[in-house]
Every structure is written in C-alpha cells, then in structure tokens.
Design a binder for this molecule. Structure first.
Ligand code: ADP
Ligand code: NA
Length: 335
C-alpha cells in the first residue's frame, strides 16, 4: 500500500471543553495513532482562516498556543505528526494565490458555507471569507494529501479542492496535484450541556457553569458531575428507553465515548442502578481520562517558550514538505 498523507486543520480556539476533546481533538490523536510505515499526518492550526472573520490579535495569538497545547496534551506527538500554525508556512497563502487563477467565481458562488457565514451581510463579508475554500484547497494540495477527514459541512469544500486540482493539472498539462480522497470520521458523540434543558456544550455560552473544561481539576469535575441535571428513574438496559430522557442519555453517551463503548454496553453494566451509583463512576472515568491531559496542558501552558519551539519545528518541517509542490506550481504556470 502506498503511504497515506492525511491533512487536517482546526480553528484555533481557547477555553477548550469536553465537547471539543471528544468531538474533535481525540479524533486527531486516533488518526495519528493509526498511521503505519511512511504514512503521516499533517495537522495545522487554521490561523490564516481565522482572520476572515472578526479578528482580535491578542486573542488569536493566545488561541493558537492554547489549541496547540491541548492537542499535544491530548496525545498529538510533534515528532510523529507534523503540527504547525498555518501562518508560519507562507506556502499556504502563496499557493492559494496561484490557485485563484484556476478557481472559478461560479464555483465559489455555489459554496453553501459562505452563504451561511456571510448571512444577510454578503456585501460586508471579507473577500477572504469568500475565497476561504481556495486556501483550503492549497492547505491539502501542498502536501499531496491522499486523504482528508471531512465532516458533513466540509464535503463541498473538498470537492472544490479536487475540481481545482483537476483543472490545474489539465490546463497546464501536469500531474502536479494529487486528488485527495475524503475520509468520513466516525460520528463523534455530540456532548450536551449538563444543566437543565442544556443545548450543545459550547464555549460560546459564558453563563454555563456546568461545562467541563480541559483545565478543570478533579474536584471541579466531581462537583460538576454531582450537580448535573438528571431524573429519578433508574437506568434502563435498552438505550431506546433513554430517548425521552435527554440528560440521562447525554451522561450515558459521555461515559460511552470516554470508555470507547456503545451506550448499550454501558447500560448492560448499570441497568437498574440510579444516578447515585452512575455519577461517581462517570466522574472517576472523566478524571482518569482528563487528569493526565490537564497535567500536560498545565505544563505546556507554563512554558510558552517550549510550545513556540515545538510549533516552529513543525512549521520548519511543513515548509520543507510544501516546497516541491509550490515550486512545481510556479513552474507549471511559467513563473
Ligand atoms: P464551541 O462550540 O465550544 O465554540 P467550536 O465550534 O470551536 O466549539 O468547535 C471546535 C471543534 O469541537 C469542532 O470540531 C466541533 O465539532 C467540536 N465540538 C464543539 N463542541 C462540541 C460538542 N458539544 N460535542 C461534540 N463536539 C463538539
Ligand atoms: Na461554536
């Protein structure tokens, strides 16, 4: 089998929580750990994408560090995977500009995410928000990505990257760009808030004191689980019976995600028991999983110099890997 090159970006955000960990960060660690032989993952913080919407420079700088620290703390190994901030690899915006000559306005006009994100204020949206998918194409084509993990909302952008690559290869009579295949990551559990009537657990709700943050210590986690909204009924043995018990379903789902089991497997162990028994077990599992992540995160946050060094090293390797493709693109264009 030819080696795989998986390329994936994540928006740099701060205040990371259990939802980010189970829904996003842990998936990257799993992808990395599944690599064998010469296969490799390129993981980048989408710092250049971040400036297409409201940009607070101090916040962005802090978020890049925070997300990088969380990824390393969660198990991304900067010596096995190439972890970097996009802004430190000028080949990304350079190739994006070159691809702007190939991408068609009509193609970008069809992108539903631009329509959603620009909303009623289309005329006031940044040009970057419109050409965002061209930068995304550059992000993956630069490294000759063979596979790109995509959620439902990103399928259209990967299709566009393939269209751009195909047109470029055809127009300039080259085989420069590899066409990346999508990989659909296993559906991640959607973690809901632990309070009554909770929506999705999210950093964007500052009033939600129930949110489990990656920086919470063991006592805080215990408290939050103890206070989590539940109902008085015992746990059933059939997950279907949790359908109209959203809080119970969420807590069982969190347990299942942490233990890497199905809800049915979790219920097989706890059926007939109430939350008085289930909650301490869930809290223990959370502390056992997040405790070591928090310890590494604390150490990295206390040493921003080391973090910056790791990011600089990742960027160096990324620049090296990107150079031949970028040079090939200039050459193909007669530049
Ligand atoms: P937030 O909702 O806190 O603002 P983001 O929108 O920045 O988080 O999401 C960052 C990543 O974390 C995305 O991949 C997103 O799917 C994942 N994520 C965020 N919240 C949750 C959640 N409650 N459950 C599962 N995944 C989540
Ligand atoms: Na969000």
């Amino acid at each position: 089998d030819r080696p795989q090159r998986i390329v994936s970006g994540i928006q740099p955000t701060g205040n990371l929580h259990l939802g980010n960990y189970l829904g996003a960060i842990r998936n990257w660690v799993r992808m990395q750990d599944a690599m064998t032989g010469d296969s490799r993952c390129y993981f980048f913080l989408a710092s250049l994408h971040a400036i297409t919407v409201h940009n607070d420079p101090a916040q962005l700088r802090a978020n890049v560090r925070e997300m990088a620290a969380a990824l390393i703390a969660a198990g991304i190994d900067p010596s096995r995977s190439i972890l970097f901030s996009q802004a430190q690899v000028p080949a990304h915006p350079e190739l994006a500009w070159l691809l702007n000559g190939t991408a068609r306005i009509g193609w970008l006009n069809r992108m539903t995410q631009f329509k959603e994100k620009s909303g009623k204020n289309r005329e006031g949206a940044s040009v970057g928000l419109f050409t965002y998918p061209v930068l995304q194409a550059a992000d993956v084509l630069l490294y000759q990505a063979t596979h790109v993990p995509v959620g439902e909302d990103q399928k259209q952008h990967l299709e566009l990257a393939r269209d751009i690559a195909t047109k470029f290869n055809t127009d300039f009579g080259t085989e420069l760009f590899t066409l990346p295949e999508p990989i659909i990551p296993p559906a991640a559990a959607r973690i809901m808030s632990l309070r009554e009537g909770g929506a999705k657990m999210s950093k964007s709700d500052p009033s939600d004191m129930s949110r489990i943050n990656l920086v919470d210590d063991a006592d805080t986690i215990l408290q939050k689980i103890r206070k989590a909204k539940t109902d008085p009924a015992p746990l059933p043995d059939d997950p279907a019976e949790l359908a109209d018990r959203p809080e119970a379903r969420n807590l069982v789902g969190i347990y299942a995600a942490l233990a890497d089991e199905t809800s049915a497997q979790v219920l097989a162990r706890f059926a007939g028991q109430g939350f008085g028994a289930f909650k301490p077990a869930l809290a223990d599992l959370l502390v056992a999983t997040l405790g070591p992540v928090k310890a590494r995160l604390d150490a990295l946050r206390a040493d921003p110099g080391e973090l910056d060094r790791l990011l600089a090293q990742g960027a160096e390797r990324a620049r090296e890997a990107a150079a031949p493709t970028l040079a090939g693109a200039y050459r193909a264009l007669g530049l």
